[in-house]
Design a protein around this ligand. Structure first.
Ligand SMILES: [Zn+2]
Length: 305
């Protein structure tokens, strides 16, 4: 399958981002010069991306340190409440902020990291299991649809909806299919939506592109899905206070699960590692925030429009 040029460009830039360890906090370049002072503090200017900045350990346009932001996201996606995250920040980062600030960090950095990580293609086993589980937002029931690759435990897609209509099923499989190699088999329970939505998304007359849909009575007894739903419910307990599911939070949990948590069943590796996405992690969310910010700057520098 051919890729559009712009996508290739973005993918290459994603790989570049983690080798860029220069002083520029926007793009990681070391082509940086002193550029006067502001209120007594040294300003720098990057010759590559053109941004001005202070060398103060903070993220671009942020008031608190990168470490504080990363600590907050890590603790939150480990399943701590905003209140608990606030206490952790006070204790370990000596940072005093309100919940609303922590919430803004989560809303700001999760989609950026998600866009960045979506440029990497996981090498999947191609045997997928899809199912949905019920999550409540302010007492209202919603469906969380998710799909896991058997060999790697990689969550290939997730989607939240109020109902289980055909349109929602299609939206879910469209997400699963984006940028991933096609599966050879998808196993689900017998809900008719699944069959029709899979057919709609993956139908092909070409034999080697055919996707086999297996419908079994009790997909919930499948250990793979059961474990993931257990993890998800543990982690998402902190979501009960959310007004609506229309937020980045479930995506953040998937990132945390796929990229940052080693699995016993994978001999301590993360699903991403098993799927051959080898990112040089040293510090979890801090790395992800750093790489994705640099990636975005590089994309903007190379594609100014
Ligand atoms: Zn720069």
């Amino acid at each position: 399958m051919s890729k559009r040029p712009r996508v290739v460009c973005i993918d290459e830039l994603a790989n570049k981002s983690f080798d860029r360890r220069g002083l520029c906090k926007w793009c990681g370049s070391d082509e940086v010069v002193k550029n006067g002072k502001n209120k007594g503090r040294q300003l720098f200017k990057c010759k590559e991306c053109g941004h001005q900045f202070f060398n103060n350990g903070k993220l671009p346009r942020a008031r608190k340190s990168k470490e504080a932001v990363a600590l907050a996201l890590d603790a939150y996606y480990e399943g701590q409440s905003l209140r608990k995250v606030q206490r952790l920040l006070r204790k370990f980062a000596k940072v005093d902020v309100g919940h609303d600030v922590i919430w803004d960090w989560i809303q700001k950095y999760t989609p950026l990291v998600r866009d960045y990580l979506s440029t990497f293609r996981p090498a999947l086993s191609g045997a997928w299991y899809a199912d949905e589980t019920i999550l409540k937002f302010r007492g209202r029931q919603h469906y969380h649809w998710d799909c896991i690759d058997e060999g790697t435990r990689f969550v290939v897609g997730n989607h939240i909806s109020e109902g289980r209509s055909m349109d929602e099923g299609k939206a879910f499989f469209r997400i699963c299919a984006s940028n991933k190699p096609r599966p050879h088999t998808i196993t689900t329970d017998g809900m008719p939506t699944y069959h029709r939505a899979i057919n709609k998304q993956f139908y092909s007359r070409i034999p080697h592109r055919k996707v086999n849909h297996i419908s079994i009575e009790h997909v919930k007894e499948n250990i793979l899905i059961e474990r993931w739903h257990g993890t998800l419910k543990d982690r998402t307990r902190v979501m009960r206070g959310l007004k609506s599911p229309d937020s980045q939070i479930p995506n953040g949990f998937v990132i945390h699960y796929n990229f940052l948590r080693g699995h016993q069943s994978l001999k301590g590796k993360t699903p991403a590692e098993v799927a051959q996405i080898d990112l040089p992690f040293e510090d979890g969310w801090s790395d992800l925030i750093d790489w994705s910010g640099k990636w975005r700057t590089l994309c903007q520098t190379e594609n100014p429009n």
